[in-house]
Design a protein around this ligand. Structure first.
Ligand code: ATP
Length: 311
């Protein structure tokens, strides 16, 4: 639904986005992560047709955002990073204003506004003024107006910013539901743990470039060239420790010794080597209580990108 190819955006002498490519399919939630100034908002604005790229192609639902911006806008629901709510409108009026702006027929508007208030759990607030809403409720009202013309593509710039943990979980569940209905969702965030739980795919940007991009599991696999394996034993078993010491792919951590019941090693082998290691331990009679493989999470990955790694 969204296809970005070789996108470049300059602001005068500043190269904000420097030749990035990625795609988001229907039913998918794609997370754009990066430190401040990485180019996330610029990328989202270019897809929303609010900025003209210097170079590259943006296609939304088969339409070119550059050559056919009108058609593209009809398919997009865009929630900017610092969105205004019209404080003196009632919640339903706020959503209705956007329904009218998108040209929904008058007889359909009330139905669509109610549908969006239901989806965002704002039915009980429909008649209150926007200015009386809590921050989390304002975010939901903004999402309601973003959904009112039933766009197949959602562009959400930091939608969970400033939300408390409960509101974040609600927002996450709502976005997952919308993805299950078939929407293609592009979301940016600094809340890395949120993205890890939310997205199918991620792209990590730094200084305008896409440093890492792909399905979440693949990205984590690719990032964690070294795995950490933790073996818990029922009781100390020196032979297990010796086996790990001699293993070509295992590198026991400092506080692991032959009397440990918890053996922790860095492991630079492939998945098959992990399975073989477990088999060897069991064949030697090691009393293995648990065998656990840990990989780097998105957070470690992001920190390594921020520090200049993974380039
Ligand atoms: P943040 O997480 O802080 O919102 P971001 O990843 O969204 O950052 P952008 O806002 O896209 O990053 O900014 C990318 C680069 O473009 C930065 O160097 C920023 O200073 C620059 N930039 C953004 N908007 C403008 C503008 N209107 N004029 C000039 N430079 C800009």
């Amino acid at each position: 639904m969204i296809e970005i190819r070789d996108l470049k955006v300059d602001y005068g002498d500043t190269i904000a986005v420097d030749g990035i490519s990625f795609q988001v399919e229907a039913g998918q939630i794609y997370g754009l992560i990066g430190p401040n100034g990485a180019g996330k908002t610029t990328t989202i604005k270019a897809i929303a047709t609010l900025l003209e790229p210097t170079y590259g192609e943006i296609s939304v639902g088969g339409a070119s955002a550059i050559h056919d911006p009108e058609k593209t806008r009809g398919m997009i629901g865009y929630m900017p990073d610092f969105p205004p709510v019209y404080e003196d409108l009632k919640v339903w009026e706020f959503v209705d204003l956007f329904a009218a702006a998108y040209g929904l027929p008058v007889e359909k508007r009330a139905f669509e506004v109610n549908r969006c208030l239901e989806v965002t759990d704002l039915v009980t607030k429909r008649n209150v003024l926007c200015k009386t809403l809590s921050r989390g409720m304002k975010q939901r009202a903004l999402l309601a107006k973003t959904l009112v013309h039933e766009p197949p593509v959602l562009l959400l710039d930091e939608p969970a910013a400033n939300l408390d943990p409960k509101a974040r979980i609600e927002m996450r569940n709502l976005l997952k539901r919308l993805a299950q209905e078939g929407k293609a969702i592009l979301v940016s965030s600094h809340v890395l743990t949120e993205l890890q739980d939310l997205c199918d795919s991620i792209g990590i940007m730094r200084e305008g470039r896409m440093v890492i991009d792909g399905k979440l599991d693949e990205v984590i696999d690719q990032a964690s060239a070294t795995r950490t394996i933790q073996v818990e034993l029922l009781h100390p078993f020196p032979e297990a420790y010796l086996l790990l010491m001699e293993h070509p792919h295992a590198h026991p951590l400092e506080d692991t010794n032959e009397n440990s019941v918890s053996l922790v090693v860095n492991f630079d082998g492939e998945v098959e080597d992990v399975a073989n290691l477990l088999r060897s331990l069991v064949e030697r009679g090691a009393p293995v209580k648990s065998f656990h493989e840990r990989k780097a999470g998105v957070e470690e990955l992001f920190l390594s990108v921020e520090a200049g790694g993974q380039s």
